[in-house]
Design a binder for this molecule. Structure first.
Ligand code: NAD
Ligand code: GLY
Length: 373
């Protein structure tokens, strides 16, 4: 399956393909990989950036993958976890690239989850003022979201993704077979971003998820392939329209204002991105209901699907002040207001600026009343 991200629609004048299959990195006839790499203009040396777990599982497969194309890749292995998306490991990558004498014609392969993808993509965006890179995602979250669309970056101790660049990969290669080794919590974590697409943009897809989430979360190959393809198609369409989030792309941040605050309040530990976004999606839907945009039934449907998927539904017990202060570091704020992605119904979003005072009182309300029980 091939999906095209067509950036000519948003003015950048180029695009790239997302290739989805169940055995992309398995041994292939010589030439097949070379053809893929040549077709996107990649001819130099390859620097594979990956995480410890992925390297242990698939290190030799990925090496073979490139050897088939006549490339002897240099592999840079990083520790697992969100804290790797940091200045420390960014500079570690620069050191390795400099020690390995990486040149402008060489390229980076981000082989891992969203942490590796965001970090390696930012290293590619900034090393020698930009070298080529490929996304080869290995988690569901990275398949359906982070590998597509060119958001790259690192976290700062004061907030998530505060340093970064829009920098697009040359190609995205999604091997759905790699998801077999992902644990159930990580699979559900990625599923949260899948739910997001349904809630804000595609009610038919949301209904499919309501009826098939058990299949997806029990690693059913065809259900997984379908949700990855549909999610990538939705994201490719939005990014093609608005590469740098000047408009419609911001709907993909549904659940993220609260979600990023939750992650920051947990110090990026003990909670996964998709889990925090799940809490954020429920919060945004309740907020939509509060200002009269959607019905109780919509809130219940969103909450039920998230709960059925084994994702968290309760807003953690931090104070309203803590939440508001964390949200103020969001990229979508002005001094007194924050731009929220809300919903009118499943599949219908609405962007609205809301005062922090109002958000504060609403959080105080739901954290002290039964609605959050
Ligand atoms: P992750 O990258 O930390 O991966 C989760 C864990 O799974 C890691 O320990 C990893 O080593 C392991 N793993 C990866 N592939 C595996 C496999 N096939 N089998 C077994 N284990 C495997 O987490 P994630 O959820 O993939 O990504 C989260 C990050 O993505 C966050 O930093 C988030 O901000 C970012 N993100 C970015 C975008 C974007 O548009 N750039 C979008 C959404 C999320
Ligand atoms: N993950 C949201 C975006 O890529 O815009």
């Amino acid at each position: 399956m091939k999906i095209k991200v067509d950036l000519s629609r948003s003015g950048s004048g180029y695009g790239y393909e997302i290739l989805i299959g169940s055995d992309i990195i398995n041994p292939k006839p010589k030439g097949e990989i070379t053809d893929i790499l040549n077709s996107v203009g990649l001819r130099g040396r390859a620097f594979v950036i990956t995480s410890k777990t992925v390297s242990d599982l698939y290190g030799s497969l990925i090496t073979h993958f490139f050897e088939n194309a006549g490339i002897n890749p240099v592999t840079i292995i990083l520790p697992d976890g969100e804290n790797t998306k940091s200045k420390k490991y960014l500079f570690h990558i620069y050191d390795e690239l400099i020690n390995g004498k990486a040149e402008r014609r060489d390229f980076i392969i981000a082989f891992g989850g969203g942490v590796v993808g965001d970090l390696a993509g930012f290293a590619a965006a900034t090393y020698l003022r930009g070298i080529n890179f490929i996304q080869m995602p290995t988690t569901l979250l990275a398949d359906v979201d982070s590998s597509v669309g060119g958001k790259t970056g690192i976290n700062h101790s004061k907030g998530k993704n505060l340093i970064g660049a829009f920098y697009q990969p040359k190609v995205v290669l999604i091997d759905t077979g790699l998801l077999k080794s992902l644990d159930a919590r990580e699979l559900a974590n990625g599923f949260a971003e899948v739910i997001k697409y349904g809630v804000v943009l595609d009610s038919k897809f949301f209904s499919y998820l309501e009826n098939n989430c058990d299949r997806v979360l029990s690693y059913d190959e065809s259900a997984l392939a379908y949700v990855i393809e549909r999610s990538c198609a939705i994201k490719a369409d939005i990014v093609s329209e608005d590469e740098k989030e000047a408009g419609i792309r911001s709907v993909l941040n549904f659940g993220h204002s609260m979600g990023h605050a939750v992650e920051a309040l947990y110090n990026y530990e003990n909670i996964k991105h998709g889990e925090a976004i799940s809490i954020g999606m429920i919060f945004a839907t309740m907020l939509s209901k509060k200002i009269g945009l959607c019905t109780d039934e919509t809130v219940t449907r969103v909450k039920n699907l998230i709960e059925k998927s084994g994702l968290p539904v309760k807003i953690p017990e931090f104070t309203a002040e803590q939440y508001v202060n964390a949200m103020k570091l969001d990229k979508k704020v002005s001094e007194k207001q924050i731009k929220f992605v809300l919903i009118e119904d499943i599949g219908n979003y609405k962007l609205k600026k809301l005062d922090f005072g109002f958000i504060h009182d609403f959080i105080f309300d739901i954290c002290t009343k039964t609605v959050n029980r």
